[in-house]
Design a binder for this molecule. Structure first.
Ligand code: ATP
Ligand code: MG
Length: 567
């Protein structure tokens, strides 16, 4: 029963401590040998790279053990949730290459069941209605070393609790007037066991259940039961939920009390959440960036969201490979974003065509090349993969080269162009620079060169060594393109972890630079999301704003691999 794309499984999934735990369960034939995991997002934002890590982990466990993985929307808070998010989450999971078991599940589908279990808890003296405000309840929590204070409503009779809970459901009370709490232990060393909230009143329509409910279960009351209802065998979650585990187990113990033994009683296993430097990874903060207009939307290519990475030019393979390289840890750490960049570079290097595009154009006039002559030269598409073939490129008297490939006063070790120096225009001829012209402001406007007709690429008669190769595009054939160069969104390594400072204090004002480039004519018909290597510059991807009148590219990543160097 493995419907997931086999390609999605990293070739050799490294063994990790979660595998060891599952292997142990299987060897004891727990849950009849079944493995069912789930990815349980709250639909209150778009997925980010941390979620992608969790998705890769859960779905690859299902693949490894021939089990399945559910997609469940933990939609318990109608105030923050929206169908836009539900849709984007499904799109992102599919795009990453995974298929969930059956239909997507929703915690809201379990509201009736959760309600009747709450009634069961009340009947068994394990839950009570509290009339105190959230602030008062919080003030009675105590500290980890001092016990909390019991609510004056804690010992209400079962009848009164049943009546009040029913009336909460019927809409008789305003938000905040009453809550349902579990009756556990106000002196427990685990703060989560000190009579946690189970239900609160929210008079707001839900994107799925409409006006049916005005009481909504707390995440902690709903989450573990969602897993239980679905028969999830291994609930993988991040470390901060380790301390919630006793509470989740307590709720299930109350629910199964007096019932027949359930077929599946799963367990929770925690792993360290993914943190990346130079970004933030909380939906609340990402939403702030969107709402304050700091980025253009959830899919802004600078966002660490799955949709942002996709628009930026990342491939599902590169993200899965990244998740695999990061591995599964038991302790929180911070991963260098350069590792993510190296994964996309590695993938695109093999897969995409290398094209000529000049991102900072400087015109070069080849004075001894006939004015109206045009010819075609051949360039191979990717030296890493011959099967990708080659293409023809027009060459003419005027070409654009990169401004920084020319220097007026070049130091000895400058391997590019300066007056008197010869080098090769890639795939075409060797040229020698003969001079340049400056405008009134002293900026070089154009440069002049002569070419040697004997040196056409592939010619075997040239015996002298031509050092240095640069890329170019024929001026008259070049296509104009807008190129969006991205830098890090934050100029601080850990923008969300600074005392007395907000992540917004560290926004990099230069995270987006828009430039006018000249690209080879074969790119004219490139489609949205098509990816290329601009020779010697970096990897680029056609943006969704691109039209047949206006080509727009996003820079996915620069060519230089700073990560590889570090190793
Ligand atoms: P955020 O803190 O960004 O709002 P969240 O944990 O509230 O995220 P959920 O929708 O509850 O978001 O997350 C769904 C699943 O994704 C959970 O199982 C959660 O553990 C996992 N997850 C969220 N963030 C990360 C992360 N940074 N690394 C690994 N897993 C993550
Ligand atoms: Mg959460």
């Amino acid at each position: 029963m493995n419907k997931n794309n086999p390609e999605a499984a990293p070739e050799a999934v490294k063994s990790n401590f979660i595998h060891q735990e599952i292997d142990k369960d299987l060897s004891e034939n727990k849950n009849g040998g079944a493995v069912l995991t789930r990815f349980p997002p709250e639909p209150n934002g778009y997925l980010h790279i941390g979620h992608a890590k969790s998705i890769c982990l859960n779905f690859s466990l299902a693949q490894k053990y021939g089990g399945g993985c559910n997609l469940r929307f933990d939609d318990t808070n109608p105030v923050k949730e929206d169908v836009e998010y539900v849709d984007s989450i499904q799109e992102d999971v599919k795009w990453l290459g995974f298929t969930w078991e059956g239909e997507p599940k929703y915690t809201s589908d379990y509201f009736d069941q959760l309600y009747s279990w709450a009634v069961k808890l009340i009947k068994n003296g394990k839950a009570y209605v509290d009339d105190q405000s959230a602030e008062v309840i919080a003030s009675q929590k105590g500290t980890p070393t001092t016990p909390g204070t019991e609510s004056p409503y804690r010992n209400r009779s079962v009848e009164e609790n049943l009546d009040l809970f029913e009336r909460m459901k019927a809409g008789e009370f305003a938000a905040g007037e009453k809550v349902l709490r579990a009756k556990i232990d106000m002196a427990s060393p685990n703060m989560h066991m000190r009579d946690p909230l189970m239900y609160r009143i929210i008079h707001q329509a839900h994107h799925r259940t409409g006006d049916k409910w005005c009481i909504y279960p707390m995440y902690d009351y709903a989450h573990g039961q969602g897993d239980f209802i679905e028969g999830i065998t291994h609930s993988i979650c991040t470390l901060e939920f380790e301390v919630h585990r006793p509470l989740y187990n307590w709720f299930i113990d109350q629910i199964v009390e007096g019932e027949r033994t359930p077929e599946v009683r799963g367990r929770q296993i925690e792993f360290a959440r993914l943190n990346l430097n130079y970004t933030v990874m909380s939906k609340r903060k990402l939403l702030e960036l969107v709402q304050k207009g700091i980025v253009s939307g959830w899919d802004d290519p600078r966002m660490p969201t799955v949709s942002g990475l996709r628009r930026r030019g990342y491939t599902p393979e590169s993200i899965r490979n990244f998740a695999d390289k990061v591995g599964v840890a038991k302790r929180d750490g911070i991963i260098d974003v350069a590792l993510l960049e190296s994964c996309i570079r590695e993938d695109l290097n093999k897969r995409v065509a290398r094209v000529n595009a000049v991102v900072d154009p400087l015109k070069m006039i080849i004075t001894n090349y006939p004015e109206d002559k045009e010819e075609w030269v051949e360039l191979i598409n990717n030296p890493e993969d011959e099967s990708m073939g080659s293409r023809q490129l027009p060459f003419s008297r005027e070409v654009y080269i990169e401004r920084d490939d020319f220097m007026e006063d070049a130091p000895k070790k400058f391997f590019r162009l300066t007056v008197g120096k010869e080098l090769r225009l890639k795939g075409a001829y060797a040229i020698t620079c003969t001079g340049f012209k400056k405008n009134e402001d002293g900026v070089i406007e154009e440069i002049y060169a002569t070419y040697d007709p004997e040196t056409k690429s592939g010619a075997t008669t040239v015996t002298r060594k031509i050092k240095g190769v640069i890329h170019w595009v024929s001026a008259k054939h070049a296509v104009d393109a807008e190129v969006r160069m991205y830098d890090r969104l934050y100029n601080h390594e850990a923008p969300a972890a600074q005392k007395d400072a907000d992540h917004l204090d560290f926004i990099n004002p230069d995270s987006l630079t828009v430039i006018a480039a000249k690209v080879e004519p074969s790119l004219k018909d490139a489609k949205v999301l098509d990816k290329f290597q601009f020779q010697r510059v970096g990897y680029f991807c056609v943006d969704k704003d691109s039209t047949s009148d206006k080509l727009i590219f996003n820079r996915t990543v620069a060519l230089k691999d700073s990560w590889a160097k570090k190793k």
